[in-house]
Write a protein that binds this ligand. Structure first.
Ligand SMILES: Nc1ncnc2c1ncn2[C@@H]1O[C@H](COP(=O)(O)OP(=O)(O)OP(=O)(O)O)[C@@H](O)[C@H]1O
Length: 592
């Protein structure tokens, strides 16, 4: 709780120190005005009973002034801290984006507990605004409670027991919060799966398959199962929390009734005035409200604390993965090539090797095709070349230097990549392509060249050419393009960098027809080999289309995570092995 308070205060003061100071001053005014009003009411009662009309009127004015001050201070304080709260949420969202992308690797995305935490943090951070409100209201309540306690004790020493009893609902509130939290954590996996199924069943992308395969009912049932499991757990947690809270409030309610009996008894015996009875009734009622509010506020603060703690856990998971980084720059040009020595790899969280003892040389200036069955390990191999994962054992050498010793950012700046599961950047067509080389994002000539390299005529078909806004997320309306058109834009993006040392094309043309892919690669290979002569750059492409594959200088057949065959089209055909079989099957299929 104290860490949460400290974290929230530091965050808020850094955002807007002046507004925070104003909010605190106003909340302090609110804290004093509430019990001061009760004290003025006591005097009003006593003066009225004594027949002192003037004094009673003055006390009445003070009562009204206190009531107004309490309301006005709270209102203006809210205006002051509201903006700070909004900026807090924005800042934390930005930090979360930075943390989520804080590792150069992809490992954390594979961990289910990371996904669960991310989902909870995303949700909870949206409520961080309520945390600051809770903190300021809590501080104001604490001051108010202190003054109320002093006044109650002055009215009758035994009444000090009342604020002490108020600690019980607070403790019960903590227990309640813990029970609810635990239930939410236990239900996180089901909640995540239910959310995924909901998105799947309502997204345009999956609508076709859902209808044609008649999956809607089945997915709906699965969604309902996950949702029910999740909500039953949450409901049980909330029930336990409710029982704890009710228990705490009941104990306090007994104390409240006892206090009133005591003060009324004192008045009956003539040891206290009517004003004291009024004061005690009002203060005890205020105390009850303050305690009820304190329980809610303590819960909100705990929730904010949990979200900040979880944020730290997410950061920890990601930063734990960042190994020591080297700063050796990559070579200007490749002369030898990229060599893999006994490279093996298993994905995080599994012991099953996906690649085993790979030994290969990707010669400088060459075009290399990787082929193999689905799941053979082709994409995994290209991911290792981009150091999206570190090899579990073995080495990857770039012109003799271990890839791990190279400055990772600098290495990636000398790479280009197009993937089958490309990102759909809902930006203008110009930007969606231009970000392939960020410094030249607005360079129309570079963008047009990239589109030409990708042999993409997609932009001519767009209503506003390069200025066309892509996708549906634009308020002004955007243009939805087909899967193949998105892929052409992704391919052009991959072609933005002029002289990459390594170009990875992992089935980037799978949505194009075989002939279009063939034409694309024919032209690409021609340009690539010209550029490659100057820079020694290597193009590695993964494809299932053998008319494209045969154009490569080197063809690698991967099977079961190992290199099964390796050579030119001619040598592999002469070998009459797997490659030749697969080539002949495809060639026969295309023959009229
Ligand atoms: N993120 C991951 N976590 C765990 N295992 C994975 C992950 N990605 C892939 N795998 C496993 O690694 C193996 C190789 O996958 P990879 O994507 O490299 O195959 P591929 O040859 O590119 O297949 P495809 O032709 O279908 O694209 C598969 O058995 C797959 O299940």
């Amino acid at each position: 709780m104290f860490r949460a308070i400290r974290g929230l205060l530091l965050l808020s003061f850094r955002q807007h120190p002046r507004k925070m100071a104003i909010a605190i001053a106003l909340m302090a005014g609110n804290a004093v005005a509430v019990p001061a009003g009760a004290l003025a009411l006591k005097h009003l009662t006593n003066e009225a009973i004594a027949g002192h009309a003037d004094r009673a009127a003055t006390a009445g004015i003070i009562v009204a002034a206190c009531a107004m001050a309490a309301l006005t201070c709270a209102h203006f304080a809210h205006i002051a801290y509201f903006e700070v709260s909004e900026i807090n949420v924005l800042t934390m969202d930005q930090r979360l984006i930075a943390v989520s992308n804080g590792s150069p690797y992809l490992d954390h995305h594979e961990r289910p507990e990371h996904a669960d935490r991310m989902a909870l943090v995303q949700e909870e951070l949206q409520r961080l605004g309520e945390g600051l409100q809770a903190l300021l209201t809590g501080a104001s309540l604490a001051v108010g409670l202190l003054i109320t306690t002093v006044l109650l004790t002055l009215a009758h020493p035994a009444l000090i027991a009342l604020p002490l009893l108020a600690v019980l609902p607070l403790l019960a509130g903590r227990k309640a919060q813990a029970a609810a939290e635990q239930a939410r954590e236990r239900s996180a996996t089901d909640t995540r799966q239910a959310r995924h199924l909901f998105e799947l069943t309502t997204a345009a992308a999956s609508a076709k398959e859902l209808r044609l395969l008649g999956l809607t009912g089945e997915l709906q049932q699965r969604y309902a199962r996950h949702w029910q499991r999740s909500s039953t757990r949450i409901w049980r947690g909330e029930l336990a929390a409710g029982l704890w809270r009710a228990g705490g409030q009941t104990v306090f309610a007994f104390g409240y009734v006892g206090a009133l009996i005591l003060v009324v008894g004192e008045a009956v015996r003539g040891r206290a005035g009517i004003g004291d009875v009024v004061l005690a009734i009002v203060l005890a009622a205020q105390l009850n409200q303050q305690v009820a509010a304190a329980v809610t506020i303590a819960q909100q603060l705990l929730r904010s604390g949990r979200s900040l703690q979880r944020f730290d856990e997410v950061r920890q998971t990601v930063t734990n993965l960042v190994g020591s980084d080297h700063t050796m720059p990559p070579p200007d040009r490749l002369t030898d090539g990229i060599r893999l020595e006994h490279v093996s790899f298993a994905y995080p969280g599994t012991d099953v090797p996906v690649l085993r003892g790979i030994d290969l040389l990707l010669p400088a200036g060459s075009t290399v095709a990787i082929v193999g069955e689905n799941g053979a390990g082709k994409t995994t191999l290209v991911k290792l070349l981009g150091r999206l994962y570190e090899a579990s054992s073995g080495r990857i050498l770039v012109d003799g230097t271990d890839l791990r010793r190279l400055d990772l950012t600098a290495w990636r700046q000398r790479m280009s990549a197009g993937f089958q599961d490309f990102a759909r950047f809902e930006l203008t067509a110009r930007t969606a392509v231009g970000i392939g080389d960020l410094p030249r994002v607005a360079d129309d000539r570079a963008v047009q060249t990239a589109l030409a390299r990708a042999r993409s005529g997609v932009v001519t078909a767009l209503p506003s050419g390069l200025d066309t806004r892509l996708g549906r997320s634009h308020a002004e309306g955007g243009t939805d393009v087909s899967g193949g058109q998105w892929q052409q834009l992704a391919l052009a993006r991959a072609m933005m960098r002029d002289e990459p040392l390594l170009m990875i094309l992992d089935e980037p043309a799978s949505a194009l027809d075989a002939e279009a892919e063939h034409r694309l690669f024919a032209q690409y290979a021609e340009t690539a080999s010209r550029v490659a002569k100057e820079t020694g750059g290597i193009t590695v492409f993964v494809s299932h289309r053998f008319s494209t594959v045969r154009m490569a200088d080197l063809i690698i057949v991967i099977a079961g995570g190992t290199v099964q065959e390796c050579g030119t089209h001619e040598t592999l055909m002469a070998l009459a092995g797997t490659y030749a079989d697969l080539y002949n099957i495809q060639a026969a299929a295309y023959r009229p």
